[in-house]
Design a binder for this molecule. Structure first.
Ligand code: BES
Ligand code: MG
Ligand code: ZN
Length: 474
């Protein structure tokens, strides 16, 4: 049983009741371990041989932040990890309720537990996790009647796990065909409409920017358009677009040693989040029509690769001088945005591992939010606040577009080093005409080298929970 310790160390409320039930052992544990309740700290003790509960543990939530939704989510993750390490087959946890909202709290606790216990062993020859006791039963104490919230968390986490697995899969496995196949599976399993455009169809739509990137790869490009339509009339129509580079070598502006080229399987993190959200949304069935889009390909080198200096024409007729083949994501997104802009949706949002500059600016934990639309920015920030995925607003300084001016074409694809994530966003803006739009640069948080909260080292599935919240929230 895992209880909560608040800042005040004398036990009160449920903890005091629990302490009485275990003959004062909880207080002894706290005193012996000098437990202060710091974030992430834990203490555990064994109960007597006759006790039906074998072990009792406490998890520190820290100060007031720890009592917010994300703090509780992380606290539940710590509890689950502790129980797993203690070889418990079942655990019961007791946590406080955030903001008097039982449902959201139960959902967050469940998310923290499910995501912390998810381990990807697909590419190991031996599955160590399967040996020994597994934590099979988890009870949320004092959340009776919140079965729907728990079921919702399970569905959402299925989406997060799908995104994690797609991002973590190596680029020889997570190919454009594999992403198209994943979209096909979702469409078949949940009855969604699906269009996969082949190279020829993209050619007839004039998608020269996307196809310029795709032209060096031996693997065919796949343009995914998956559509969820509610049974009744849709109260809103939305589009979610993900950058889908299954590998980014940089192209002829090849990524050099030390540039992290061996990690460039993560460059489809936007498409993975889009597919994970699709899987969850298809099961949650909101009254909202959602279009899931990705122009999937690889950025490779070969004798028929796009050259630095080539001029490409995007599907809105705009011409682009490619002064750097490594700024390929914005080229694929250009045609995806033009396509989505024609669907007549109320708003569209793209997620992209777009720039190293964004990682320099905001680090590994925070994504950047760019949007000319304040209301849309606010709705996304609100969704991110609830999901605990960090998002920070960045300026779309129009003046910086000067850095993208080309002598020969309408624009270049890269500007000066300064404000690299802003010029990338300004480039994308050229391909949006009619639709409210936001761009999320998720280059930092798609991957984590360290264990943190409910994320294990590896792919985080960043964006899925926020997208589901954005689509299904009011
Ligand atoms: N996929 C990269 C961005 C990236 C970097 C994602 C690190 C995840 C982690 C993108 O295609 C890229 O190469 N961007 C260049 C842009 C530059 C050429 C203007 C970059 O950031 O260096
Ligand atoms: Mg690149
Ligand atoms: Zn890239």
């Amino acid at each position: 049983m895992i209880g909560l310790l608040e800042e005040s160390l004398p036990l009160t409320g449920i903890l005091s009741d629990l302490n009485d039930k275990v003959a004062g052992l909880l207080q002894i544990l706290i005193d012996e371990e000098a437990f202060e309740g710091k974030v992430g700290s834990t203490a555990m003790t064994r109960l007597g041989p006759d006790s039906p509960v074998k072990k009792i543990a406490i998890v520190g939530l820290g100060s007031s932040d720890g009592m917010a939704l994300e703090g509780l989510r992380r606290g539940a993750a710590t509890a689950a990890r502790l129980a797993k390490r203690a070889k418990s087959a079942s655990m019961a946890i007791s946590f406080p309720v955030w903001n008097n909202n039982q449902a959201l709290t139960a959902q967050a606790l469940s998310e923290g537990i499910i995501l912390a216990l998810n381990h990807d062993t697909r590419f190991k020859s031996e599955n160590k996790a399967q040996k020994g006791v597994s934590l099979a039963h988890i009870h949320l104490l004092s959340f009776a009647g919140e079965e729907d919230a728990i079921a919702r968390a399970q569905v959402i986490c299925e989406g997060v796990v799908l995104a994690r697995e797609l991002v973590a899969a190596p680029p020889n496995v997570a190919t454009p065909d594999k992403l198209a196949e994943t979209a096909t599976d979702i469409a078949r399993d949940y009855g969604l409409e699906l269009n996969i455009l082949e190279r020829e169809q993209c050619e007839s739509l004039g998608m020269g920017a996307y196809l310029g990137v795709a032209q060096a790869s031996d693997l065919p490009p796949r343009f995914i358009h998956l559509i969820y339509k509610p049974a009744g009339t849709a109260k809103r129509k939305l589009a979610i677009i993900g950058k889908g580079l299954t590998f980014d070598s940089g192209g002829l502006n090849l990524k050099i040693g030390g540039s992290g080229i061996e990690m460039m399987k993560i460059d489809m993190g936007g498409a993975a989040a889009m597919l994970g959200a699709a899987k969850a949304i298809a099961q949650l069935k909101p009254d909202v029509e959602v279009h899931f889009i990705s122009a999937v390909t690889e950025n490779m080198i070969s004798g028929h690769a796009m050259r630095p200096g080539d001029i490409l024409t995007a599907s809105n007729g705009k011409t682009i001088e490619v002064n750097n083949t490594d700024a390929e994501g914005r080229l694929t997104l250009a045609d995806a945005l033009v396509y989505a802009d024609k669907l007549g949706v109320d708003a569209m949002i793209d997620l992209a591992t777009l720039t190293g500059a964004c990682v320099v600016a905001l680090g590994d934990d925070i994504a950047a939010l760019f949007s000319p639309d304040e209301e849309l920015s606010e709705s996304l920030s609100k969704a991110a606040e609830l999901s605990g995925e960090k998002l920070w607003p960045m300026p779309m300084e129009d003046k910086y577009f000067e850095g993208l001016k080309s002598v020969v074409a309408d624009m270049k694809n890269t500007g000066p080093r300064a404000a690299g994530s802003i010029t990338a966003a300004l480039f994308l803006k050229q391909f949006v005409k009619n639709t409210r739009w936001a761009h999320l640069d998720i280059a930092g948080p798609v991957w984590s080298d360290k264990e943190s909260g409910y994320n294990s080292p590896g792919a985080t599935g960043y964006g899925v929970r926020m997208l589901v919240q954005w689509v299904t929230g009011s």
